[in-house]
Design a protein around this ligand. Structure first.
Ligand SMILES: C[S@@+](CC[C@H](N)C(=O)[O-])C[C@H]1O[C@@H](n2cnc3c(N)ncnc32)[C@H](O)[C@@H]1O
Length: 258
């Protein structure tokens, strides 16, 4: 529940009390220099995935005043045309190179926030009540940065209930023969991907669950994009868009009138 302080409704917190925020740096398990090199040298192999993300984002055009972009890194998987749509972009990333790479690669000037999004986002949502939020392929990496990742994911829907938001994130990953990986096709479904889905798709072996099963409301239409991140490393990436709940739109007065 939000609390009322001096007439403002405070955003509920995202993280578990006492869990330390992830620290900014050039080398991170979830991104940083290693990711920049991987994205640069893997750009041809990543082309189909990036096209799928671009097509999906073309269909997401919420009526907002700006965008809070969470985990953009260098925007290696993000289409410039999508970023250029917004008059004001706030980017939240631990990587100090992120704003420079976004400008260099996409010509987009962002308002950079170099901080753990778990601490920054509640404050930013309050400051920018009419901005949409895009989580750009980081929620599946959250276990690498925070021990309370399950708590954070469980709190997301409530913290974001007044906002348009979207996310694409790792759902499952595995070592996969290149031939099998190349044969994978995007899926559009209301049914969340589960181990049973992987079985139906004919996969065996060990699959890593990225802990993102509860990012979206259960009945939300969603898509799954295949991504050959490395020659033999394959990810299913889940993508979905969520609209504000009717009872929580920011244009309603605190008394629910209007
Ligand atoms: C795999 S990269 C995302 C790829 C990126 N969207 C692209 O198109 O290149 C994950 C990014 O999320 C950032 N990140 C991870 N955990 C974070 C956190 N808790 N707060 C803010 N940024 C975070 C990392 O620094 C990294 O840049």
């Amino acid at each position: 529940m939000g609390s009322v302080d001096g007439g403002n409704i405070n955003q509920p917190a995202l993280g578990r009390p006492g869990v330390a925020a992830a620290r900014a740096g050039f080398v991170r398990q979830s991104g940083g220099l290693r990711w920049h090199l991987r994205a640069f040298f893997g750009r041809n192999r990543h082309a189909d995935f990036k096209r799928a993300v671009a097509q999906w984002l073309e269909g997401w055009d919420p009526p907002v005043e700006g965008l809070i972009l969470v985990g953009p890194s260098g925007g290696w998987c993000l289409p410039g045309a999508f970023l250029q749509r917004y008059a004001h972009v706030v980017s939240v990333d631990l990587d100090p190179l992120s704003p420079f790479l976004l400008r260099w690669r996409h010509g987009v000037r962002v308002h950079p926030v170099r901080e753990d999004f778990v601490t920054a986002l509640p404050r930013l949502l309050q400051k920018y009540p009419r901005h949409a939020v895009l989580f750009a392929n980081l929620l599946g990496q959250l276990p690498l940065e925070r021990t309370d990742h399950e708590h954070v994911i469980a709190a997301l829907g409530r913290v974001l209930e007044q906002h348009h938001w979207a996310s694409f994130h790792d759902r499952y990953s595995a070592e996969l023969e290149p031939r099998q990986a190349r044969a994978a096709r995007a899926l559009s479904t209301h049914a969340p991907m589960t181990p049973a889905t992987l079985q139906q798709l004919g996969y065996s072996g060990v699959w890593i669950d990225h802990g993102t099963q509860d990012v979206f409301p259960a009945s939300l239409p969603r898509q799954y994009f295949p991504w050959r991140i490395l020659r033999r490393r394959f990810h299913w990436v889940e993508a979905g868009c969520v609209a504000p709940s009717r009872s929580a739109r920011p244009d309603r007065s605190p008394l629910g009138i209007g």
